[in-house]
Design a protein around this ligand. Structure first.
Ligand code: PMP
Length: 417
């Protein structure tokens, strides 16, 4: 008899039978409030009827079109439709299947378009698990340990993570930009740098929003030195932060946007978007893959866009996100074991620390496990895995947010008591 590889770690013992909206139902009939959304994927909730219908209809027509062989309708329609939501000027799309592959697509594009070898990433950033993406990931050594040699040409600059430094946001930002300039002078000349890769909100790195001044500093340096500013919106895109794209909070112009996760409500689909002139500098045929731009996934993405628009899910994410972060802050106010509550929209993290301010992954893990026993599914993140994150589907309502917060208050009292 065979079994799942022990290299796969599951955060909960739940065995799911089916999902509906913000709930997962296990094989014993128990209902779980899913504040993980499959790591920020099921934006429209589990099995939204319109997504299900679109996928079912497409399955009966064409499952696999193979986009390096033929064009198909869902791919054509999705490409047209994404034009309505993409930042101005980013009018060319290329599709793959996962966030990591899309990160690699952006890496290849930026290297081919600039003819430069290096990239700069920012401390705490997560860009994926394939070897190139893992080489660009600094949210925890668990993602790169034991797989060296990693890809060369990756330079790491600080992210303005004010809480970690114990500074205010402005000081952290000034420091991070100064260090970037120092990196230009000491490690990689800016003329050798193809791209900056950054998440508008560090995801796996602990739910830390960037800020307007920092991203303006990157934009200015990118313009001055001909560096591409690549925004990894894999987790922050598609309404998650209460705006369609996370970077809209910071008024910054990207050269390349990477999207995945929420894009197709759970079907494997990812994309990079860039101006056509930039895409035209990549070498035709140098990218692709067997499954990229799958027809059923594209049909699901089209339905996802309809649902986001018709149900006002971006606005809902902003409203419920405020309710969620306010509630999480009230819980933290009563428990000094939670040192910081951060996030944007429906990305909310609570950071657990010891009395002397050190990371406390044990209590974070106990909170996540205790919540699971009480019917609330959560995940941890952060370099030390001491941040408990809440990322419900964007369809979550006020009652469900309050129900989660009630459980969360009990959980935190129990694990810190
Ligand atoms: N970038 C970011 C910002 C992510 O959050 C993730 C996934 N957590 C990835 C890239 C990698 O995506 P995937 O797991 O689909 O390869």
């Amino acid at each position: 008899m065979s079994q799942l590889s022990p290299l796969l770690k599951q955060a909960t013992p739940v065995v799911v039978d089916h999902g509906e909206g913000v709930y997962l139902y296990d094989v014993d009939g128990n209902r779980h409030l899913d504040f993980t959304a499959g790591i920020g994927v099921t934006s429209t909730g589990h099995c939204h009827p319109r997504v299900v219908a679109a996928a079912q209809e497409q399955v009966g027509k064409l499952i696999h079109g193979q986009y390096t062989t033929v064009m198909h309708q869902p791919l054509r329609r999705l490409t047209e439709r994404l034009g309505d939501v993409l930042p101005p000027g980013l009018d060319s799309l290329f599709y793959v299947n996962s966030g990591s592959e899309a990160v690699e697509a952006a890496l290849r594009l930026s290297r081919q378009a600039t003819g430069r070898p290096n990239v700069v990433v920012f401390e705490g950033g997560f860009h994926g698990r394939t070897v190139a993406a893992a080489s660009m990931t600094t949210s925890g050594t668990r993602f790169s340990s034991g797989i060296s040699p990693l890809m060369s040409g990756v330079y790491v600059a600080p992210f303005p993570f004010a809480y970690r430094y114990g500074w205010d946001e402005q000081t952290a930002t000034k420091f991070a930009l100064q260090e970037l300039d120092y990196l230009f002078a000491t490690q990689s000349a800016p003329g050798d740098i193809a791209a900056f890769f950054i998440e508008p909100v560090l995801g796996e790195g602990g739910y830390v929003p960037a800020n307007t001044e920092f991203l303006a500093g990157l934009r200015q340096r990118a313009d001055e030195h001909g560096i591409m500013l690549v925004l990894d919106e894999v987790q922050t895109g598609f309404g998650r932060t209460g705006k369609f794209w996370g970077h809209e909070h910071f008024d910054v112009r990207p050269d390349i946007v990477i999207t995945a996760k929420g894009l197709a409500s759970g079907f494997p689909l990812s994309a990079i978007a860039a101006p056509t002139e930039l895409m035209a500098k990549a070498w035709p045929g140098s990218q692709g893959g067997t499954y990229g731009g799958n027809a059923v996934a594209c049909a699901a993405a089209l339905a996802t866009l309809d649902v986001i628009q018709d149900e006002g899910l971006v606005e809902n994410a902003a409203e419920q996100g405020r309710r969620l972060i306010d509630g999480a802050r009230s819980v933290a106010d009563k428990h000094p074991e939670i040192g910081d509550v951060r996030g944007l929209g429906l990305m909310v993290g609570s950071e657990f620390v010891t009395a002397d301010g050190k990371a406390d992954p044990e209590t974070a893990k106990a909170a996540q496990q205790t919540a699971a026993k009480k019917g609330l599914l959560l995940l941890t993140c952060g370099a030390h895995m001491n941040v408990v994150r809440m990322i419900p589907p964007l369809v979550v309502n006020a009652e469900q947010v309050d129900a989660a917060l009630d459980i969360w208050a009990d959980v935190v009292a129990e694990v810190t008591g």
